[in-house]
Design a protein around this ligand. Structure first.
Ligand code: MN
Ligand code: MN
Length: 354
């Protein structure tokens, strides 16, 4: 019977521990990064188990009454996820820990070899909706100059970056020194490698942006989106679809699989002048993954991985996804023709046609 077939389906794929062990032995100075990846995997498996219980674990989406360093209200799951990651990293060779939920950098082991920054729970407004949420992480080699210097550096210096997505299945997506791999949590709570090596598809007609902020956007973003919405009748000459999950991890995972572009631009509202996402533990690791998967990531104009933060919780606009689409957004900023346009003569802006 069909049901029996489903119930007897067995998980397959190499275990993460074996993969990390193989990777560790294949190069020099990889022990700390491999051990840290294993600790992050363990933490995300714990967080996944908690999320799977949903409301049976209490009101995970309830406000704690506290706020993080950036003034966002903390939910119970934000705090529990932060504790789970910190606890796991305390058992790993980690010198410094930075988190969306911690005002300051935490010093862990004085002999630690890496510094780890995390968004322990991304997309927390989705908790009660039972929609995809995640954990984002960024790993740097520790800087001899100390805690701040270990994080205030270009994202291109990350030795590992990735996220866990807690969706219909839990997946761990990360990059070490080359491509991007996907591991999926099996029913026994162990990650197994999925038979996928991610390359962001180039051909996609999907874009993701919170369009309710349209009136606050700057002209290049409005023009870019106007041209998408104009579809087959506009300068792009074809129709597009909008997708918006309100969870960076959720939108990232879709783009990793299906291509497209994500935009969280700066806008005119107080507190949004530099966008909303954080450079160190959101934009930088996502940018690393996007580039390693053949895509691109900018703040609209400048490559994210070259930006050097000067504050722990610094924000940045973020545009990432299929490389040609990210480059196209930059052309809307760079080319003044978008200013004279906004005319019904879309054909004048042939530059923006494919
Ligand atoms: Mn987040
Ligand atoms: Mn968060």
């Amino acid at each position: 019977m069909a049901e029996a077939g489903i119930l007897t389906q067995q998980a397959t794929g190499e275990y993460l521990d074996a993969y990390l062990d193989r990777w560790r032995k294949a190069g020099a100075d990889r022990d700390a990064t491999a051990a840290t990846m294993a600790a992050l995997a363990q933490a995300t498996a714990r967080i996944s188990a908690l999320i799977r219980l949903g409301p049976l674990a209490g009101a995970l989406g309830a406000e704690t009454g506290g706020a993080n360093a950036d003034g966002d209200s903390q939910k119970k799951l934000d705090v529990l996820a932060n504790e789970a990651v910190l606890h796991a990293l305390e058992q790993a060779p980690v010198a410094y820990f930075a988190s969306e939920e911690e005002d300051e950098i935490q010093s862990l082991r004085s002999d630690g070899a890496v510094a780890v920054a995390v968004d322990p729970l991304d997309g927390s407004s989705n908790i009660d909706a039972n929609a995809s949420i995640g954990t984002i992480f960024s790993v740097f080699p520790v800087s001899p100059a100390g805690a701040t210097a270990s994080f205030f550096r270009p994202g291109s210096e990350q030795v590992a970056a990735g996220y866990a997505i807690y969706g219909p299945h839990t997946a761990l997506v990360f990059t070490l020194d080359e491509g991007v791999d996907i591991f999926v949590l099996d029913p026994d709570g162990r990650y197994r490698r999925a038979d996928l090596r991610i390359a962001i598809p180039k051909a996609s007609r999907e874009y993701a942006i919170n369009a309710s902020n349209y009136r606050y956007w700057r002209e290049p973003i409005r023009d870019f989106v106007d041209d998408l919405i104009a579809g087959a009748e506009g300068p792009r000459g074809k129709d597009f679809n909008m997708r918006w999950l309100a969870s960076l991890v959720g939108d990232t995972h879709r783009i990793m699989q299906r291509g497209g572009v994500f935009l969280y631009p700066a806008d005119a509202r107080p507190g949004y002048e530099r966008g909303r996402l954080r450079l160190i533990y959101e934009a930088a690791p996502i940018a690393r993954l996007a580039e390693r998967a053949g895509g691109g990531a900018t703040d609209g104009q400048k490559r994210i991985l070259e930006k050097i933060p000067s504050e722990l919780h610094e924000r940045t606009p973020l545009v990432f996804g299929s490389a040609d689409k990210v480059a196209r957004v930059a052309r809307y900023y760079a080319d003044p023709s978008h200013q004279r346009a906004r005319s019904p003569l879309f054909g004048e802006r042939g530059l923006f046609r494919d």
